[in-house]
Design a protein around this ligand. Sequence first.
Ligand SMILES: Cc1cc2nc3c(=O)[nH]c(=O)nc-3n(C[C@H](O)[C@H](O)[C@H](O)COP(=O)(O)O)c2cc1C
Length: 214
Amino acid sequence: MPRFNRFKAALGQFFQVAFCIFDRKFILMDIKKCLTTRRSVFPEQFTAQPVDKKDIEEILTMANWAPTHKRTEPWRFKVATGRAKDELAEFFVRLYKETTPEEKQSGKKAEKTRLKVDKSAAVIAICMQRDPKERIPEWEEIAAVAMAVQNMWLMVNAIGLGGYWSSPSFMDQMHRFFDLEEGEKCLGFFYLGHHEEESTTGRRDDIANKIEWL
Ligand SMILES: Cc1cc2nc3c(=O)[nH]c(=O)nc-3n(C[C@H](O)[C@H](O)[C@H](O)COP(=O)(O)O)c2cc1C
């Protein structure tokens, strides 16, 4: 390549990188590292630092890129922060008391339920909106939502935040708290926050035991 063209290419690359960094589009983390260091980080591990709304928007924008059969895009998210989060904590405690037989109730457990919400910077309800025409089976819609959650979980890891997907038994009662649309279901909650811990080593059984080569 003539020297001038090489210079032009290098200059172009420099500006591309500079613009990418400016736009927060730089590579946040190597993809393998992001996949293997993604962990469930629990509210007890969160610091009191709030999470920027911009970060939550970015996380959910990445969720929106999940694959989806017939483009139904069934994932719905309800983000509770501030007062809405306090109300959610109250509601969770009420549900715990309602759904646990009196003799089995423990004040400690009720308090733990509240604390989990209190300690989170945001609690994001993970919902699935069934296609109104039911063009695809429900399991495919749930699978698409799970893929959206994986996207968001990886993004959470990439930007140094923590969280986990919680699926309490009372999530089928969430129509009493949210204005769920016809065909919309709550599949759990993503507790989100800042943390200062190193990623723990995950544990998985060997993939070789789960593959059949034909
Ligand atoms: C659909 C789904 C529901 C989950 N529900 C819960 C839950 O209710 N409580 C909990 O402690 N962890 C829950 N988890 C998180 C798992 O416990 C966690 O992913 C698993 O232990 C592996 O740990 P890792 O995420 O750090 O790799 C859930 C994960 C998924 C995918």
